[in-house]
Write a protein that binds this ligand. Sequence first.
Ligand code: TEU
Ligand code: CA
Length: 596
Amino acid sequence: MTGQSWWHDGAIYHIYPRSFHDTNGDGLGDLRGITGKLPYLQDLGVEAIWMGPVFPSPQVDNGYDISDYCDIDPLFGTLADMDELLEAAHGRGIRVLLDLVFNHTSDQHPWFVSSREDPRGPCGDWYIWRDAPPEGGLPNNWRGFFSLPAWTWCPRRGQYYLHLFAAQQPDLNWENPAVRDALAGVARFWLDRGVAGFRMDVINLISKRQGLPSLPPGESPGGYFIDGPEVLPWLREFRQAISRGRQNGGEILLVGETPGISPEAARAYTGGGPEDRALDMVLLFDHLAVDHGPGGRWDPRPLRISALRQVTARWQEVLQEPSWPSLYLSNHDQPRVVSRFGDPREFRYESATALATAFYLQRGTPIIYQGDEIAMANYPLTSPGELQDIESINALEALCAGGMDRASAFERVRHEARDNGRTPFQWSPEEQAGFTRGEAWFPPNPDYPRWNAQVQGAEGARGSVLAFFRRLLALRRECEVLRRGGFSLFPVDEESPLFGFSRDLAPCRDPGGERAQSGERFQSGQGPQSGQGPEGAVIWVNLSGSQEELPSGAGGDLAGEGATLALGNYSAPGERGVLRPWEARVYLRGPRGGAS
Ligand code: TEU
Ligand code: CA
């Protein structure tokens, strides 16, 4: 087994800074807001936080267009606030991960400005410039992720530049070693200040096929600008460059955000030992496409649970040792999971907790998006004017340009609009959901008086999703089998809404049993013990609002010999072989999980 690292044991909490907590009344979340909420995160039981980009940015794409990698945007605070946050977090045993956006910069970044103004200057080929083809048209037929062609004309330089996202997000030219050097320097800057690692934005897009050939009709961009030829060597080089000369800083976690990645590529990125591994984990997307029609994201279809099962089984299979999966259900680019896969009307508590149980107890590191732990739901968008996100706005316009009437186009975009998952965190029933004393940049979801952290955190609160998340994370911390055990999905009928799997320690136990040294200051007293506790776990979840009978045999006989129910989302005991609507049960078996 690969060395054991802190991220194999702990869960990560994903913060969207502009919507987490505002302390100065300007309606935008800030770094001090995060610092102030560390006790909440410690109670939740997370090992690390990853925060979205807080660097200076024109905010065309909410910070994913960075104009200075080594400072803090005044919207969020100052470098001193960041240092304070790091210190306070470490004091509570919480590590901090930053979001590095290295595929592109903002068009306001001095590197791009210099590249544009002075083609022969030091940054002349730091971006991907091409002449206009003599026959007219664009340099190639690539389309970017925001419903746009990937090229924009720069009159100043008399050339096109490539951008896989907005025109204000020009792609960096990683072919140039000086670019790679500069980016490693950025990472070192933050590591020296005490961060524990990075989420690396669209990192599988950095390498483009030589010559930038057009995509043949119907062909996928894989190998053209997704998982391109140089990506692995560049990432290995990056890891070496940032690890060199590092002392006592603990292991660096590199999580790659990897849209469109193939299973084979995922294995290649995450395989190998700690030193030569390109990335420690990747963020996969297949499970968030199971409700897409042939038109992709803006062509919503009902959830197919069989597809969810298939995708899960496949990725768990592909990312076996020495690879390690990440487990997430939503993020700032996705709709809220309880609205998407659950039932926010009739079974909000049950479905939110069922989904958490089904996913966060698989083999891998849970990455919980802010607000999912209180079952925040999609914003009730009613008109195009409410959309603020560039991706949703562009998608709406593209559908209309394609001939769809505006109302139908909006109906399609509404479900998956990124704005849904970006509304202010619902802290309390007070005005503005306790998020700000001013006016929030995006209105809080009107359901906040009932669905908020204060109500759910109250002693003895009934139907508290938050309390369930705390128990779930505590159980995962206590039981080695839930962290390290092998994974195996139980077969069920194609049409069944059941999701069941077992976790087993035997095939996966680390022979050396040694935990890698990962920074002394993180002995927060909630660390896991190894070598004791249950050896097996059986997890069954009903992903539907109807009562379901468990299959007989293998996983169906869950309470078999000496197994105990360790966690469930119904308080009244149920019938043994039957799951109630959205019921989730976790059974443990073996020494400490036994009925004794
Ligand atoms: O997202 C990458 C990505 O693939 C996005 O296009 C996203 O998944 C999309 O909404 C799916 O259609 C990352 C960031 O998470 C996102 O917020 C940024 O906008 C994007 O990169 C560009 O930096
Ligand atoms: Ca603020």
